[in-house]
Design a protein around this ligand. Structure first.
Ligand SMILES: [Zn+2]
Length: 441
């Protein structure tokens, strides 16, 4: 039904195929995606999430893949989410522009883009909060808060199940259960909003490896955890087990951005030349741990990491939440290489398939110990194999002992070296043998 409406609108408006940098409204957004799909039908698919916004606006996604609609083993899945806060609009336009760019460059035989699309499945959700966007736009787009929330006045980035509380409690009790924690949730702090529910289903149904949500209001790449362990509201570094990897992911974006990582730029929200009283993330490489900035519960970033195998960071792409349309092309130039560099990070670390004599093993556990230094350091966050027995384990360069296990099988461990500058994860497959217990009478 949704695609029928899009096709009809496309016909009625007979829109041109030339992408224009402007603020696309909620009717124009799917038209842009459909135009890209018409230009690149073999490598794209447009779809809507399982339910629309409160005001019934579908949440559209465009997918890039050489096999649209299908997961393929050894090909990591990545997503970008824009406009979660309705009045933070740059991500929405950047993702529309990125869709157009990926298609155009693919058609122009750009080797780097073709290699990316042939090795990666990419999903772009330009607007998670179209209702907030509408309110913000209708009221001039300049208020710091109006339009931030959805149409039920709920902040979507506080509406996800708080899995941090569960993992912190397991840590305190010394329980080594550190992934896919949604099943350990006993109650929700607040009802889930339709946009949250739709995105949660999406997150749980596709085996994403890497993700970023694009916000605005500062200029920094923010990584987990967003929630402090002590409950401190600000300034408490809250490291996840994958702190090294998350810092590398955030630094990749910041360093490839025009000036996110520049130590000489001014911080946002400064009123004088002395900005020492406010955060200037440029002086710390353009990155921050979430809770080291300020703590929040119910964020999407930590939910991705604690409910699935996906690693998500939060990108704040500018001091101005609603930049003028005339700024958008410039912002694209400032962000383009960073957006592409980040997508390539789906290919760091190791990947492989776990099977036995008869086929793939789903839900096998991949656990990792960093043995680079003199003291082995377990990374207490396992990933699991998907429907094809495949896994993706993002890691920074170094030496690791990797173990594949599953109830009913003997675990298998192997040592691997992860090199620098990967454009393809190191392949490490496992074959497990059934563990047969003999009963002696
Ligand atoms: Zn935001």
């Amino acid at each position: 039904m949704a695609s029928y409406i899009v096709m009809t609108l496309l016909f009625v408006f007979s829109a041109s195929a030339e992408f224009v940098w402007k603020h696309h409204n909620n009717e124009e957004l799917p038209l842009v995606l459909e135009e890209v799909h018409q230009k690149c039908p073999n490598i794209t698919r447009v779809y809507a999430l399982s339910e629309p916004s409160v005001c019934n606006v579908p949440l559209y996604v465009i997918e890039f893949s050489d096999s649209p609609g299908f997961h393929q083993p050894y090909k990591p899945e990545v997503k970008y989410v824009g406009n979660m806060h309705g009045n933070e609009v740059l991500g929405r336009e950047l993702l529309l522009g990125l869709a157009d760019y990926l298609c155009d460059q693919y058609l122009k035989q750009d080797r780097r883009i073709r290699a990316l699309i042939h090795s990666t499945r990419i999903h772009l959700l330009p607007s998670m909060n179209p209702d907030g966007w509408q309110l913000s736009t209708d009221t001039g787009g300049q208020d710091y808060l109006i339009g931030r929330n959805n149409n039920h006045s709920v902040d979507l980035n506080r509406n996800f199940p708080d899995l941090d509380a569960i993992t912190f409690e397991f840590e305190r009790q010394g329980i080594n259960h550190n992934n896919h924690l949604l099943k350990d949730l006993t109650r929700l702090a607040a009802p889930l909003e339709p946009e949250t529910r739709a995105v949660m289903r999406w997150i749980m149904s596709i085996p994403f490896v890497l993700s970023a949500a694009i916000h605005g209001g500062d200029l920094v790449a923010n990584y987990p955890y967003d929630e402090s362990r002590s409950g401190a509201p600000v300034s408490e570094y809250s490291a996840s087990p994958d702190d090294d990897t998350f810092r590398e992911l955030a630094t990749t974006y910041a360093s490839a951005h025009a000036d996110m990582a520049s130590a000489s730029r001014r911080g946002c929200h400064t009123t004088s030349s002395d900005d020492s009283a406010t955060y200037n993330f440029g002086k710390q490489g353009g990155v921050t741990n979430g809770a080291a900035w300020y703590s929040l519960k119910g964020g999407m970033q930590d939910f991705n990491y604690l409910a699935t195998n996906a690693f998500e960071v939060t990108l704040e792409l500018g001091c101005d939440k609603y930049p003028a349309a005339s700024e958008l092309a410039k912002e694209w130039e400032r962000n383009r290489e960073a957006l592409l560099a980040y997508l390539w990070k789906a290919h760091i670390g190791i990947k492989g398939i776990v099977n036995d004599d008869s086929g793939f093993i789903q839900n096998a556990i991949i656990s990792v110990v960093n043995i680079t230094g003199p003291v082995p350091r377990p990374i207490r966050h396992d990933v699991t194999t998907g429907a094809y027995g495949d896994y993706y384990r993002l890691l920074t360069p170094g030496h690791y002992e990797v173990t594949a296990s599953h109830p009913g099988y003997f675990p298998v461990s192997r040592v691997v070296t992860v090199p620098h500058h990967q454009t393809s994860a190191h392949v490490l497959n496992f074959r497990l043998e059934v563990c047969i217990f003999l009963t002696i009478f």
